[in-house]
Write a protein that binds this ligand. Structure first.
Ligand code: UDP
Length: 374
């Protein structure tokens, strides 16, 4: 065997695994079917703006080991995610905080806000008591039980149904638990201790992780898997687990995102990196203005143009890039069948959003790899 590890997929999971394996003296070969490394964190440079080609990526974690690890490789800037929601032309701050409550109801103190939220929640809490349910059974119940009717209808329902292509009633509650709610004037989207974007973009991070390693891009593992397998004793697979097993139990479902990228002849298009369009009447879910990830304050003016991406969420079909696993009951059952097969392959590590069919963030992946037995 020429290599200790064949790593299939040069995204964050594969690249971090490779880095750790190499650190332990293992010889690695990394392959990826796309023409570039980095998977979905890959950026392209347009007029000195790093464009997040596969959607906005904002690094955040509370895990000091993970934060120290990434900072040992690249420097991070002070970017703090504070998206704005546009609902039929009206703007609201996210996540749900005192600014949002003021914009929604005119309430000015935490006491007024919490009384308002409590009254908004009464309907669903009453219904749940009547039905003898303790825990919300789906995303709609969860959202109503967390923030009540107005916020659910203005800022959650339309956005979520566009993003997932399903009714909120048919989605798992945990998706919405990602959104924090707080009674302070604080628009920082994440609760995490550490947050930022690598200075110079994510490609710098990936390049560091893969430094000194043999990487082949533009090659498809599935076109000749016997040959690729013959090269290494062990394998790390970061692609779709259902594809790995030849879809033998059927297809897992994914959501994918289509981006419409536009170059505008102005230095500042929307004044923020992320603006979510929460009404169903607008076909896209959000507009990303990439320069705001790395240029702050008046530095935004230094580049006279700007690049924006409109995000359209659609169901995944063969030939598209999968983005989000759909962790509902049906797909959960199917995944566990594939997981059983994966468990029977001790020499293959299945890791990442697609291989584990889990809605991981970047820091989860790195944390997992740092703890892996390599
Ligand atoms: N969400 C919402 N309104 C928003 C933003 C998010 O209802 O304006 C919900 C939606 O259901 C989404 C979930 O919160 O799937 C998680 O959103 P997040 O922005 O964390 O997701 P990601 O950035 O991973 O797409």
């Amino acid at each position: 065997m020429k290599y200790d590890y064949l790593i299939i997929g040069a995204g964050l999971a594969g690249a971090t695994f490779t880095f750790m394996a190499r650190r332990k003296g293992k010889k690695c070969l990394v392959i990826d079917k796309r023409p570039h490394t980095g998977g979905n964190i890959y950026c392209s440079s347009v007029e000195n703006i790093n464009v997040h080609k596969y959607g906005a990526h904002i690094f955040h974690t509370s895990d000091k080991e993970v934060w120290d690890f990434v900072n040992s490789l690249v420097e991070f800037n002070r970017y703090t995610n504070s998206p704005v929601a546009n609902y039929n032309g009206r703007l609201y701050n996210l996540p749900f905080n005192m600014n949002t409550f003021y914009q929604m109801w005119g309430v000015k103190t935490p006491e007024e806000a919490s009384a308002m939220i409590e009254s908004q929640k009464q309907d669903i809490l009453h219904k749940m008591r009547k039905d003898n349910i303790n825990e919300p059974r789906n995303l709609e119940e969860q959202a109503l039980a967390l923030v009540g009717k107005d916020i659910y209808e203005t800022l959650i329902k339309g956005y979520t149904e566009k993003q997932w292509g399903r009714e909120c009633k048919d989605l798992p509650a945990f998706i919405i638990k990602r959104l924090p709610i707080r009674l302070v004037f604080d628009n920082n989207y994440f609760n995490d201790k550490y947050q930022g974007i690598p200075i110079g973009g994510y490609n710098k991070l990936i390049d560091k992780l893969l430094e000194g390693v043999e990487v082949k891009t533009g090659v498809d593992y599935f076109s000749d898997r016997g040959w690729w397998d013959s090269l290494a004793g062990k394998k790390v697979f970061t692609g779709k687990i259902d594809e790995y097993f030849g879809y033998r139990f059927g297809h897992l479902e994914y959501r994918t995102v289509r981006f419409e990228e536009e170059l505008h002849e102005c230095s500042n298009y929307q004044g923020n990196a992320v603006v979510n369009y929460t009404s169903r009447d607008v076909p896209y879910t959000r507009v990303i203005e990439h320069k705001h990830f790395e240029y702050f304050g008046n530095d935004v003016e230094k580049i006279p143009v700007t690049v924006i991406s409109k995000e359209y969420s659609t169901e995944w079909r063969q030939g598209m890039e999968p983005y989000y696993p759909i962790n509902d009951e049906k797909n959960g059952r199917l995944y566990s069948q594939y997981r059983e097969l994966a468990d029977m392959e001790p020499d293959t590590v299945f890791i990442g959003r697609l291989a584990e069919y889990r809605y991981y963030d970047m820091h989860h992946i790195i944390g997992k790899v740092l703890k892996a037995d390599i």
